[in-house]
Design a protein around this ligand. Structure first.
Ligand SMILES: CC(C)(COP(=O)(O)OP(=O)(O)OC[C@H]1O[C@@H](n2cnc3c(N)ncnc32)[C@H](O)[C@@H]1OP(=O)(O)O)[C@@H](O)C(=O)NCCC(=O)NCCS
Length: 323
């Protein structure tokens, strides 16, 4: 038997305020048409002034607990992927730990920007496989609206806020690639590309800073690296593209999503797409798409799901799991 990390609950939270592309037309030299055709984004949610990353993460975690029929004290660990934690420290994960009434175990943040959720899933999988935890709440949550330069039309129209969560549980499975749970992971980074996508603030500058991106350069890396990491993870699982039921990609840009699916030889019918409604929510985008995909009736028990993401660092990776 093999100890696998199986998804037993999903949940997500989106802030109430929805901002349509048209709203940017009144403030910037941009159009709904440009944003739609270049990115696929139609609208995004922005957090309220008093709403933080840990608030949204808590709501997503509570929804995942409800979905699993469990409570905070049934969880051994929280791994929270975010680049927009409420404070420099403590971690947003420990804030969520307190909010969901989890009085034991441990909680920590993972920071790999838009690749954060695949990094968090991979870490959670290792905690379960090694026997350090039986149930791990894996959350992606972001308030990128707080690090937008509202005068930079090439970035501020692309991002949104939100949170998604998966509850993983250790389950003994036969040990084949038909098992439920996480079957393989692949993580990569290359710090030589740090200037392509970064925030120009932090402890070094004593300020929060704003997101800076060379979008067309990031684009160039994205399709190739995403298809490659998905291929590597599938190969590690002893599977191929033909076995895939759903790709659940990081939701940054519809053209990157389409290009990656094409490079993998998979039709768009097998891709869960939420970018039109959420924009790029960085580490929250994959768990949001998984939770929405399940709600829509797309992802079902037994389906083979591949998630893949790339972001600042550059950092990228992928996870293959059977739902
Ligand atoms: C950002 C992105 C949508 C821009 O699309 P693009 O086709 O590469 O466009 P470019 O950056 O080459 O810009 C083309 C032109 O549009 C302009 N432009 C940029 N933002 C604009 C906006 N919101 N409205 C109108 N025009 C805009 C640029 O100024 C440029 O004008 P110029 O040719 O006169 O200089 C695209 O590069 C992208 O999505 N990249 C990946 C970004 C990403 O996903 N990052 C996150 C990874 S986690």
């Amino acid at each position: 038997m093999t100890r696998r990390a199986v998804v037993i609950g999903t949940g997500h939270y989106l802030p109430e305020r929805v901002v349509e592309n048209a709203e940017f037309e009144t403030k910037l030299d941009t159009t709904d048409e440009w944003i739609r055709t270049r990115s696929g984004i139609e609208r995004r949610h922005f957090a309220a002034d008093d709403e933080t990353t840990s608030d949204m993460a808590t709501k997503a975690a509570e929804a995942a607990l409800k979905d699993a029929g469990l409570s905070g004290d049934d969880v051994d660990a929280i791994v929270l992927a975010t680049s927009t934690a409420d404070l420099t420290f403590p971690s947003a994960a420990t804030m969520v730990q307190a909010s969901i009434g989890m009085t034991k175990g441990f909680a920590f943040d993972v920071q790999a920007v838009c690749a954060g959720f695949v990094y968090a899933l991979s870490n959670a999988n290792a905690l379960i496989a090694s026997g350090q935890a039986d149930r791990v709440m894996v959350i992606g949550a972001e308030t990128f609206s707080r690090i937008m330069d509202w005068t930079d039309r090439s970035t501020c129209v692309l991002f949104g806020d939100g949170a998604g969560a998966l509850l993983l549980e250790a389950q003994d499975q036969p040990g084949t690639n038909d098992d439920r749970g996480i079957l393989a992971t692949d993580l990569n980074s290359d710090g030589r590309f740090k200037d392509l996508l970064y925030v120009d603030g932090g402890v070094a500058t004593r300020s929060t800073g704003y997101l800076r991106m060379q979008g067309n350069q990031v684009f160039r890396h994205a399709v190739e690296k995403l298809a490659q990491t998905a291929h590597t993870a599938l190969e590690r699982a002893g599977l191929g593209a033909d076995d895939v039921d759903w790709i659940v990609p990081h939701q940054a840009n519809i053209r990157i999503i389409q290009g990656t699916a094409k490079k993998m030889g998979l039709p768009m019918e097998k891709v869960v797409v939420t970018v039109q409604d959420h924009g790029n929510t960085s580490a929250a985008s994959i768990p949001l798409a998984l939770s929405v995909g399940k709600q829509r009736g797309q992802i079902k028990t037994g389906d083979l799901v591949v998630t893949e993401a790339i972001g600042g660092g550059l950092a990228w990776g992928s996870v293959v799991l059977r739902w």
